[in-house]
Write a protein that binds this ligand. Structure first.
Ligand code: ZN
Length: 420
């Protein structure tokens, strides 16, 4: 059966699945209901999942041997206060990053390919948990229980060898740019996570503030220092330092004993990332000391900048032109957002393309799907056409393989993410 015809004939079924997934938002490593919906959907189409991993992750394959193409569908949602579909039982999780739409689109593409059949090579659809870097206390618990090693779902998958057999990866993500139809070859930044605890000394805030050391003042001084450092950030590196106060004091009646600040340092450039992270550490230490207190800095590696594979992208771009004009495709744009796909792209040829069809900016309560045809049908047809092109073109597969150079050795990468 022709896969494209299948997708067109069954589009309403895909839209319904997409709606159901959009309305079932769950945070990372808790995507149990989402998984159940997808597994049941595959069963209905006589397809069985192949592997299960890391709480809620799973995969399903077609064909065998090489080339082996991996598809990445992210399962998780993100806390989004005020979103109409927010999961009130779990930190207002909502699909304001559109991950549910990746799942519905790739499920339909995979089913269409299964009806068509694959003559050569293999396709594996990976459902990856926990891309958003959030809800960290829950993940710390899972780490303690030995269920996961790292926050990012794909980092666990990558370091445990689940991707080893795959030759190249295709991923897709919603985009907020309403003026474009698709995006191709866009880069993503990297980030480092920090939790900084400012320690002071409590005293009655009215009777004897002179006896206290105000941890909130340590933080305020630090926050000003970071703002003064901003003029040293180089434009091309797209540096961002942004955070939240997790704990701002214990009671209004007392000088704050402890203040906890959580932040990301981001950049498109790995060296700048390391440099600014050091500046932030120095500012925290010196500002705490200036007020008479101390601070403790907990650093966790986030995600590395994403590197797009230009050869896989050439196939994707060619197929995009079936749905829109070249001027409707934004190419090579950089966004400072980060993803655990960045870490994968160090080791394997990877691409991520963007698709419109939404209103609202990503991660905001306003995110809604307004163009189901583009979000679900066009993306699925684009993926199916690209897979068929790649599997039937030994020359491009060889070029992809020959020209790809891993950016790090696994040993060095493990040292980096383990803070060694
Ligand atoms: Zn996302």
């Amino acid at each position: 059966m022709d896969a494209i015809k299948y997708l067109k004939d069954h589009k309403l079924e895909t839209y319904a699945l997409g709606k159901k997934l959009f309305e079932t938002p769950e945070l990372g490593y808790k995507e149990f209901e989402t998984k159940k919906i997808i597994v049941d959907y595959f069963k209905k189409h006589n397809l069985e999942i192949e592997q299960e991993f890391f709480e809620t992750g799973f995969s399903i394959s077609l064909g065998k041997g090489h080339p082996h193409i991996g598809l990445i569908a992210e399962l998780d949602a993100i806390p989004t206060l005020g979103h109409p579909c927010a999961n009130k039982n779990d930190k207002n999780a909502a699909h304001s990053c559109g991950h549910s739409t990746q799942c519905a689109s790739l499920i339909s593409a995979f089913i269409a390919l299964s009806k068509q059949g694959i003559k050569k090579g293999k396709v594996t659809l990976f459902f990856t948990p926990s891309e958003e870097y959030t809800d960290l206390e829950y993940r710390d618990k899972l780490i303690k229980q030995g269920k996961i090693k790292y926050y990012g779902g794909k980092i666990n998958m990558l370091t445990s060898g689940l991707f080893d057999d795959v030759d190249m990866f295709i991923h897709l993500h919603m985009m907020s740019e309403a003026n474009y139809h698709f995006s191709v070859a866009g880069t993503l930044g990297g980030f480092v996570y920090k939790e900084i605890t400012f320690n002071g000394h409590a005293a009655h805030a009215a009777v004897c503030p002179d006896k206290g050391i105000n941890a909130l003042n340590e933080f305020v001084l630090f926050d000003n220092a970071v703002n003064m450092l901003r003029e040293t950030f180089v434009d091309k590196d797209l540096v961002r330092v942004h955070g939240i106060i997790k704990e701002g004091g214990q009671t209004v009646n007392s000088i704050p004993e402890k203040v906890v600040y959580e932040c990301y340092v981001r950049s498109m450039d790995t060296d700048a990332l390391i440099d600014v992270a050091k500046k932030v550490d120095n500012a925290a230490k010196c500002c705490a000391k200036a007020i008479g207190g101390t601070c403790k800095i907990k650093t966790k590696p986030g995600y590395l900048p994403f590197i797009q594979d230009k050869n896989v992208n050439s196939v994707i771009y060619r197929n995009m032109l079936k749905y829109c004009k070249p001027e409707d495709i934004i190419s090579g744009n950089g966004t400072i957002a980060a993803s655990d796909n960045g870490d994968m792209s160090i080791f394997k040829p990877c691409i991520e393309f963007g698709y419109g069809g939404f209103v609202g900016n990503a991660h905001s309560k306003d995110v809604q799907i307004v163009d189901e045809e583009r979000v679900y049908l066009e993306t699925a047809m684009l993926v199916v056409d690209s897979i068929n092109d790649l599997l039937s073109d030994a020359k491009i597969c060889k070029k992809i393989k020959d020209e790809f150079k891993p950016r790090m050795k696994m040993k060095d990468y493990l040292n980096y993410i383990n803070n060694k």
